[in-house]
Design a protein around this ligand. Structure first.
Ligand SMILES: Nc1ncnc2c1ncn2[C@@H]1O[C@H](COP(=O)(O)OP(=O)(O)OP(=O)(O)O)[C@@H](O)[C@H]1O
Length: 466
């Protein structure tokens, strides 16, 4: 029998040149817990993409959104150009299949019965399996190497065998897009490789589009030509060589990572903190660029222009304290030398503030972007004030930094208090102060301590580079 698992309606032109899957500005949160904000991603038909990220970074959540189990709070997901919401469940199941990390089966299903369940979108609950359906089920078991286990109860199989049965079940759906959630979790190295070889073969020979959440960086580099690094948002997206950049990984995973080449192939080794190798790795990294003399405080996207400009000008900087999931955090992970991080949507902890205090003693310039200030982050301004009083140059970036000075500069104040009021107005803090006035008072004190209000991005850069 010829094993044909090519999707039934497979036709690249059917999508009219559109990406197979498109995530457009998707924001999502569970009831009380926002997870990510404004995620954009495209998958072309036939791609094989690895989704990387630390525990809790939102990989499973993203996969559940893509499979239609969850719905975005904002934004939209399009499959073959059509919004996911407009797909009927059965119809969707013929195009997208999901392989979960594990599946708890309460009944004694045999392997064959379970794989047949994958065929349900084609036959319906009361429908009967025709010869073509049976052939598909058989083909799915053949290609995953579980045909010999057909009559065995699923619950009695080893982890590796079970994982392959779950892939077979997904393949019986004849999907175009296969979403795998850590397909190699719980597997020993032999089964890890077997499962990934299988997925790679399905991708290469059957044109299956694959998106798989992966924890093992080495395996990800080996099997996936494109990697997406996720940390409550997309931090990096590209080839393994660009995404698996040691300093980027170290920032995202919070641990020293070394990348080496063995016999012409890139390999990755994660080094535990405190070890001699980790220390050497950190020293090597530190030697690669001068220590940053600039610190950026931002949040909610207010730091984007400044951080991008600093990076373009090759001015190394530290950033923080930023909550995971904040778009400025995602960007800082990509661009900053080091990012001081707080848990998602949590107020700043004492530990984070102490880290900030220490970091501020190492820099010469502190740039405060026009961020919203609430009870959760107002302590940043308190630390900025301490730094200013200790001689750190503080730049308060005015909102909507313009190419020219605002016209109100033509007004010449006739007293110190008038000048202070004018400067305070230029910071625009009153409109962003959600602390009942505390933030405004702190900004006023910063101005009294010598902080400058900067309206032009070029001036921020010139002062940072000085
Ligand atoms: N059903 C849920 N209700 C509320 N919060 C949830 C739910 N599922 C996940 N979360 C939270 O959402 C965040 C992202 O979780 P998610 O499982 O998507 O991450 P992940 O990257 O897949 O993690 P891991 O690598 O550990 O599997 C976590 O903080 C998690 O606690």
């Amino acid at each position: 029998m010829v094993v044909n698992l090519r999707p039934e309606s497979w036709n690249v032109s059917a999508a009219g040149g559109l990406p197979l899957l498109e995530v457009r500005h998707v924001t999502f949160g569970y009831e009380l817990q926002p997870v990510f904000f404004d995620v954009c991603l495209q998958l072309a038909a036939g791609e094989m993409v690895g989704l990387l990220g630390p525990n809790g970074s939102g990989k499973t959540t993203l996969l559940r959104l893509l499979s239609g189990v969850l719905r975005p709070t904002q934004g939209e997901i399009r499959l073959q150009g059509r919004e996911l919401d407009r797909w009927r469940r059965r119809e969707l199941a013929r195009v997208v299949a999901v392989v979960p990390q594990e599946l708890h089966i309460p009944f004694d299903f045999t392997v064959e019965q379970l794989v047949a369940l994958g065929r349900l979108p084609f036959v319906g609950l009361l429908g009967s399996y025709g010869p073509q359906d049976r052939a598909r089920i058989e083909a799915a078991m053949q290609v995953t190497g579980v045909a010999a286990l057909a009559k065995r109860p699923f619950n009695e199989l080893s982890g590796g065998e079970r994982q392959r049965v779950l892939v077979a079940m997904a393949l019986a759906q004849q999907p175009r897009l296969l979403l795998l959630d850590e397909p190699t979790a719980h597997l020993d190295i032999r089964y890890q490789i077997e499962v990934l070889e299988l997925v790679q073969r399905l991708n290469r020979e059957h044109g299956l589009t694959v998106l798989a959440a992966m924890h093992d960086l080495n395996l990800a580099a080996r099997y996936f030509p494109r990697l997406v690094l996720f940390q409550r948002g997309i931090v990096a997206d590209g080839t393994p060589a660009t995404v698996l950049e040691p300093r980027l990984l170290s920032r995202v995973y919070g641990i020293a990572v070394q990348v080496g080449i063995v016999r012409g192939t890139a390999h990755f080794s994660v080094v535990p903190p405190g070890s001699r190798e980790a220390q050497e790795a950190e020293e090597e990294m530190a030697a690669l660029e001068p220590p940053p003399r600039v610190f950026v405080m931002a949040g909610g996207g207010s730091g984007e222009r400044v951080m991008r400009a600093l990076a373009d000008w090759h001015i190394p900087f530290l950033a923080g304290v930023l909550n995971m999931g904040d778009s400025d955090h995602t960007l800082a992970l990509r661009l900053a030398s080091r990012v001081l991080t707080e848990q998602p949507y949590a107020p700043l902890s004492q530990a984070a503030l102490e880290e900030l205090r220490t970091a501020l003693t190492t820099v010469e310039t502190l740039i405060i972007c026009p961020m919203y200030v609430g009870p959760g982050n107002v302590a940043l301004l308190g630390e900025a004030l301490t730094a200013a009083r200790q001689g750190c140059r503080v730049l308060l970036v005015a909102p909507e930094t313009a190419a020219t000075e605002p016209s109100d500069m033509a007004f010449i104040p006739d007293s110190e208090s008038q000048e202070l009021s004018l400067l305070l107005a230029r910071t625009g803090i009153a409109a962003r102060d959600y602390t009942g006035g505390e933030a405004t008072r702190l900004v006023e004190q910063l101005l009294q301590a010598g902080a400058r209000v900067i309206s032009r991005l070029t001036e921020v850069l010139a002062l940072s580079a000085a």
